[in-house]
Design a protein. Sequence first.
Length: 499
Amino acid sequence: MEDVVRGILLILELENILLIFGGVLIGVLVGALPGLSSPMAIALLLPFTISLDPVASICMMAALYCAGTFGGSITAILINAPGAPPAVATALDGYQMAKKGEPGRALGLAAVASVLGGTFAIVIFLFATPLLAEVALKFGPVEYFGLAVFALSMLAAMSGKSSIRNLIAGVLGVLVSTVGVHLATGVERFDFGIAELTEGIKFVPVLIGLFAMSELLTQTRTLNVPIERMSAKTLKLPTIAELKSLKGTILRSSGLGTFIGILPAEGSTVAAIMGYNEAKRWSKTPEKFGTGCAEGIVGPEAANNAAAGGAMVPTLALGIPGSGTTALILAALVMHGFRPGPYLIIETPHFVYAIFGAMLFANFAFLGIGLVGAKLFSYVTFIPKRFLWPSVFVFALIGSYAYSSAIFDVWVMLVSGIIGYFALKNGFSPAPFVMGLILGKMVEETFTQSMVIHDSNIINFFDSGVFIFFFILTLISLTTPFWPNIRAAFSRKKDEKRV
């Protein structure tokens, strides 16, 4: 209880409250602006938070993460252009309801479902994180190596056009993380005689390039594409009776979203799609989905915001990112000198409770901001891209240079942006690459330690039951995307035999 009080007192400081509220405001604005996203905003903010108090910095990013997840629904409902991938499912019914003349009601349903889903996950996060950390304390290098490999295997299920592309991107991320001097052997790797690469590639310029610059280049192709827009004069909250009729959908989606969020690498997008599908499957009127159905809005919104809270559990308790955005938050933790994983929970539990409080505050703050500023945010969607993206470019340049005051980092950012642009164009998502980049160091260190402990005999890894467990999960994770094709092939063979 003492740690809970200390955590609450941390965020009650005026400066911290203002920064958290600022994170909420930025998150909603970023979500409301077509083309921008929470990962991009966090990547741009990373270098500017170095001089801030570490607790305030991480809490602000966590608040931005929660608010940005909801903010994406604003553009999804008003202009049928999801501000974030998880809002794709919200657009299916949200935009149709807005076209019927009820944009305020659609936004109100999305806001309340987001708050309830997010709050549900945060309560789970409060109890599950310490328990998971306590279990993780019993892990050794072998167990952590198995866990990290399992997390990488789940990249196959992340956003992108194919599982193979996601795995390739993740492996490339791990490869980039090995650039520089190997701490155990002193061997210099992939530095090509460039002095700046001997300490490795700094992740902040890479993140800014992948999420900001690549998106900027992508958006240049749609500068003159007309979009049908509408404004919402007020955000209309659902009635108590309406919420009662939707409680089953909200609870089901919140539980599903929290579970999906806790799984490494799954994230809010998968949760939102599954939340929509489950809402339709359990609905008494599934035929109304896609025509402006309330269940089609609250289902994905409760699920994707619950996933946002759930994704923080493995990020803080195990040091394994639960999503692409939490990978950036994990990078921020490392940048500020924290030690993500069970020792973070054991050594600084008040810090974890401060993050919990910031996320809870964010969930209710974006509801208040939506009530007061619904009309304003609907006008924000009208900002021309030809004014918006030059500003993003300037922030990307300043941010990449400010991180360590090195012009080399600017070049890293620009090169990463160009690579990211062509990767997106060919169906490669930046999120798996970032996950590989963040987890690469953990994979390498734990593998090296495990080989030293077991006299370079990898077979001895299987003496650990936990490693065997993660090894089996890894095999299942890698093969799951191919099961539908295998089943289809068997079905064809059976049909051919019958003929």
